[in-house]
Design a protein around this ligand. Structure first.
Ligand SMILES: [Zn+2]
Length: 182
């Protein structure tokens, strides 16, 4: 299997990875305002066009697969009329899970830019070195930690507020090294 490709210095159409992450963060805030775990994603084509943007919606959609990454891939594929998004890059505020790793490979994305690492279920580096799995028939690059503090703070605040509303006061999941996303 081919080696894992090196990431480019920036995304086409954006001044920096951070600038793209700002748009994903806006999606994450949208999720938060709907009571969903604040994770946002966008898909950027190799020409720098934003193909789709989405936020987490498993609760509202009654759909455990409605992660921001999956929804963004579905929308971009529907818009493109193609089941693959060759050359496209996923930008997401939280390290993707195992399910989303599968979708990234199926869609043949060129790369993934993520914000906060997910020590509980991150499948790109934290819990699994997903991009290097030997049986995968597609390789993609990753860049992690982009605006990680801002991305992580949204999640920490969300869980803190939810727990205080429930009358509980356990430690923030990020502080405890885990994130209860779902
Ligand atoms: Zn996921």
């Amino acid at each position: 299997m081919a080696e894992i490709p090196q990431p480019p210095p920036a995304l086409p159409g954006f001044a920096s990875f951070e600038a793209a992450m700002d748009q994903a963060l806006a999606e994450a805030r949208s999720a938060q305002s709907r009571g969903e775990v604040p994770v946002g994603a966008l898909l950027v084509s190799d020409k720098g066009v934003v193909l789709a943007a989405a936020h987490n919606a498993p609760i509202g959609a009654s759909d455990p697969t409605a992660h921001a990454e999956i929804l963004a891939i579905r929308r971009a594929c529907a818009a493109a009329g193609n089941y693959r998004l060759v050359g496209a890059v996923l930008v997401v505020t939280l390290e993707p899970c195992l399910m989303c790793l599968g979708a990234i490979v199926q869609a043949r994305l060129a790369g993934v830019v993520f914000g906060a690492a997910d020590p509980k279920s991150g499948a790109l580096s934290s819990c699994l070195d997903g991009p290097a799995l030997p049986f995968l028939n597609h390789r993609f690059w990753t860049v992690g930690g982009v605006k990680a503090e801002a991305c992580g703070a949204l999640l920490s605040d969300f869980f803190r507020n939810r727990r205080s509303a429930a009358g509980e006061e356990p430690p923030c999941p990020l502080d405890a090294g885990r994130i209860d996303r779902y």
